[in-house]
Design a protein around this ligand. Structure first.
Ligand code: CTP
Ligand code: MG
Length: 184
């Protein structure tokens, strides 16, 4: 009983975060082209670096929002199959999760450059949680009522615990497939 309630919280938290998880992977697959910082420097370092591009950011944001739309369409069927209740995405929530995930990742690159880390260098925990903070923060801002209904305190704890694990697993797979230069 306790275990099935835990699993249902886990599944609904992961479902609610999918539009935030997928944009980073979409950006990896579609990246390239002009960097957002246009090559600009801050002191002797790049502002963001070549790893943050307009194309990757735009594709990641659009893919995240479209995923939320698709999840809303299939929600009833998945609920019936799994026997758990799943959250529906508001438009503001969907945009907040997807765009916020991209912004969080960009903010992290800014911090990585300021702390002297080159493009691709790892920054444990920041790499795994930057997009979570961005996604949840922007979703809360754009859709506060939806946010507090969907991300209960328990689900927020679940998200913060499972995200670094999921992130390392998907990036490890992308690395093994040769899509990413580093496994983080
Ligand atoms: N990417 C992109 N635009 C983004 C985010 C990612 O184009 N907004 C693409 C880039 O090709 C990038 C790859 O996805 O190299 C991997 O993303 P990430 O690990 O976030 O970037 P890094 O290259 O590691 O650079 P940084 O050190 O700044 O994180
Ligand atoms: Mg990286």
């Amino acid at each position: 009983m306790v275990i099935s309630r835990f699993i249902s919280q886990l599944v609904s938290a992961a479902w609610a975060m999918l539009p935030a998880y997928v944009p980073n992977n979409a950006a990896v697959l579609s990246g390239g082209g002009d960097p957002i910082d246009g090559g600009r420097m801050w002191g002797d370092r790049r502002l963001l670096g070549d790893g943050k591009t307009w194309r990757g950011t735009a594709v990641g944001s659009v893919v995240g929002v479209l995923l939320a739309v698709v999840l809303n369409l299939v929600r009833d069927r998945v609920e019936a199959r799994l026997g758990v209740s799943l959250p529906e995405f508001s438009l503001g929530g969907a945009v907040g999760l997807a765009v916020g995930a991209m912004l969080g990742d960009i903010a992290a690159s800014f911090l990585k450059r300021r702390s002297g880390r080159e493009r691709g260098a790892s920054f444990p925990l920041l790499d795994q949680l930057d997009f979570v903070v961005g996604a949840l923060g922007l979703a809360k801002l754009l859709s506060p009522v939806w946010f507090s209904r969907t991300f209960t305190p328990l689900r927020l704890v679940v998200v913060v615990v499972i995200t670094p694990v999921l992130h390392l697993v998907t990036n490890g797979i992308a690395y093994l497939l040769g899509l990413k230069d580093e496994p983080y």
